[in-house]
Design a protein around this ligand. Structure first.
Ligand SMILES: [Zn+2]
Length: 648
């Protein structure tokens, strides 16, 4: 909205009032409708395909976006097309960095993009790469807050003014100013450039544009909220109501909202949606006044891919798929022999072995984390219970099966006291065992990705104890954890956030960040490959140190085989949560199975005066084994009429 134009005519006032009631009629009375379409954070997506896992990604890619753009341009051929950056990086896009024009820029050109705002990830590579692609882009590259160091000269244009049938539309770009921090390990990526404050530069550029536009549009590679001390889009809207609409990016979030009369919209990441703004204007003398702005995120999930784009960029798809299948090493043996604890199957339908005991998969992840962060202790979760590595070739994409998410690695200093609290937090994953339980089950309210297993310390999880009080005998290098000592702990970037919100660490405790050092190559799954190639010469073998175990649970219960046989035959089902998201939420219990006449149970009913050691002795057992088999918290406390399970 033009703040310079204070003479709001009666007509406009009337129209604004009418807009509320007659939105549809309004469309007819506008003198022109300007359509602006936007994408952001495409991160190397042309085909709807994720090359890390070599699998389809149904709501991604420029091929789907092109189908939507063609439909919109059929309705409004003058629609402006904006991409808000983080365009050329990720999803194996760096395989094509040596081409004269990167395929992502080639695609933007082919699709007729008018504006490309630089994102922070554009600076992940040598500056010559960026310079070359800026020159190759056939529209206008913008960012108002990047300057050639020590000058008033911008690196690229700060804005672009379009004349669409007489309506003047100014589009302003902005880039997160933290690039020198994020790229600190590679200053050559931004050599000769300085990045200035978003708010100050917004004020400056609006000053430069005074009197030159009818519609003011932001194309900001900035999220709704600020970070690292720079302000976000909401703050910009609060302070600069001159904008009619600001297209955002960087946050990878999907939203549309109105702040201080300014429409804000971001279309998520990877091509999840095409953002659209329709701006209606009426003629007012020589100028146009904006009477309404509507926004919409048009989703791509069910949209077909454009064949022309698929044909043109088939070479990108083919080469990326081939890369995902690149052999990076050899695996000597299957890492987990019985992925499902009961059935042994690869797909998990009962208890996942990897959540019940230490395995070579979790040990490998922790080994890699400890190596790169140089930590004392490491923790990791399995995002896929069936995670495994199989004997034979180790392909790049296989790592996604043991590390599904693109998390990065953080090293943090933590006190022994807080480390123990964190371990207790994690062990809350298990249900407390009851007498007669023959399986170990999981808390229905905790997802598996929140169960971390630790390396570097030895410890036991006593499942007779309630959550918060079940981690026992924790030692580091053979000595008990010292609550006051500081340990170096490696975790993924998400768990770092968890530990901060639990109040166990602060930002100041962080001593290592693989993302700051290596950007996307700092993803834990990339580090696993790097470790395999560089530290293991491509040879991976399963090793497990069994540094932790569940205690006070009888894994060799004499009824195990018969109950497990019933599970395998499908006669007994492992309980699943009501929403179906969490399996194994309740233990199978021998007393319950007996009461339901599913099994025959040999048991003894306690009489007055009985003691456990005597019952054990009469049955040729030690009191200890009998107590464990029965899940007895206190073997000295048995009571008349209590049922004691005996071997079959
Ligand atoms: Zn991004």
């Amino acid at each position: 909205m033009k703040r310079t134009n204070v003479k709001i005519s009666l007509l406009i006032v009337l129209m604004l009032v009418l807009t509320t009631f007659f939105n549809v009629a309004m469309a007819d009375s506008a003198d022109a409708t300007i359509t602006i379409l936007q994408t952001s954070d495409l991160h190397g997506r042309i085909y709807a395909h994720d090359y890390a896992t070599d699998s389809p990604d149904s709501d991604a890619g420029l091929a789907k976006i092109e189908t939507l753009i063609k439909a919109e341009k059929a309705k409004n051929p003058d629609a402006l097309l904006i991409d808000c950056g983080d365009t050329v990086q990720d999803n194996s896009a760096e395989l094509f960095n040596d081409l004269p024009v990167h395929p992502m820029i080639q695609a933007l050109n082919k699709m007729g993009y008018d504006i490309w705002t630089l994102g922070n990830h554009e600076f992940n590579f040598e500056k010559s790469f960026l310079d070359r692609n800026i020159a190759a882009f056939e529209g206008t590259v913008i960012s108002a807050n990047i300057y050639k160091t020590g000058t008033d000269e911008r690196y690229v244009d700060g804005y672009k003014i379009f004349d669409v049938n007489g309506v003047k539309i100014a589009v302003v770009g902005m880039t997160p100013p933290m690039i020198p921090l994020w790229e600190a390990s590679a200053p050559s990526h931004f050599a000769g450039l300085e990045f200035k404050d978003v708010v100050e530069e917004t004020e400056k550029v609006i000053g430069e544009l005074e009197g030159k536009y009818d519609i003011l549009v932001g194309a900001y590679h900035i999220g709704p909220d600020g970070e690292h001390g720079y302000e976000g889009m909401e703050y910009i809207a609060e302070n600069f109501p001159e904008f009619d609409v600001i297209f955002g990016g960087h946050a990878h979030s999907k939203y549309q909202k109105e702040v201080n009369g300014v429409k804000l919209i971001e279309p998520g990441k990877y091509g999840w949606a095409l953002a659209k703004a329709e701006i209606q204007v009426v003629k007012n003398g020589e100028e146009y006044d904006v009477v309404s702005v509507t926004t919409e995120n048009i989703e791509t999930k069910t949209v077909d891919e454009d064949q022309e784009i698929l044909d043109t960029f088939k070479f990108v798809h083919d080469q990326s798929v081939a890369d995902a299948n690149t052999v990076v090493g050899t695996i000597s043996n299957d890492f987990i022999l019985m992925p499902d604890y009961i059935t042994g199957e690869a797909s998990i339908s009962t208890m996942p072995t990897s959540q019940i005991k230490d395995t070579s998969v979790i040990d490998l992840i922790n080994e890699v984390q400890m190596f790169y962060s140089n930590s004392d202790v490491s923790s990791a979760a399995l995002f896929n219970f069936g995670s495994n590595l199989h004997e034979g070739q180790f392909k790049k994409k296989d790592v996604a099966y043991i590390y599904k998410y693109p998390n990065t690695l953080v090293g943090v200093n933590i006190t022994g006291e807080n480390l123990l609290k964190y371990m207790e937090w994690s062990a809350g994953y298990y249900n407390t065992t009851k007498p007669g339980d023959i399986t170990v089950s999981f808390n229905k309210d905790i997802r598996g990705y929140n169960y971390d297993m630790f390396s570097g310390v030895d410890y036991e999880i006593n499942l007779l104890k309630e959550a918060g009080n079940r981690i026992e005998n924790v030692t580091f290098n053979g000595e008990a954890i010292d609550p006051t000592k500081v340990y170096k702990l490696s975790i993924n970037n998400y768990r770092f956030g968890t530990l901060m919100s639990l109040g166990l660490v602060t930002m100041d405790d962080k001593y290592y960040d693989s993302y700051e050092l290596l950007q996307d190559s700092g993803r834990i799954r990339d580090l696993i490959i790097k470790y395999t190639v560089e530290e293991k010469q491509g040879n991976l073998a399963p090793t497990v140190d069994n540094n932790w175990k569940i205690t006070n649970f009888d894994f060799n219960n004499p009824y195990k085989d018969s109950v497990f046989a019933l599970v395998k035959s499908g006669d007994v089902a492992i309980p699943t949560s009501e929403d179906g998201r969490t399996s194994n939420v309740e233990a199978l219990n021998l007393f319950k199975l007996k009461d339901e006449n599913i099994i025959k149970l040999n048991y003894y009913t306690v009489k007055t005066g009985d003691v456990l050691w005597k019952i054990a002795k009469n049955n040729g057992m030690t009191w200890n084994d009998l107590a464990q088999m029965n899940g007895l918290n206190n073997p000295n406390l048995i009571f008349p009429s209590q049922q004691i399970i005996l071997p079959q």
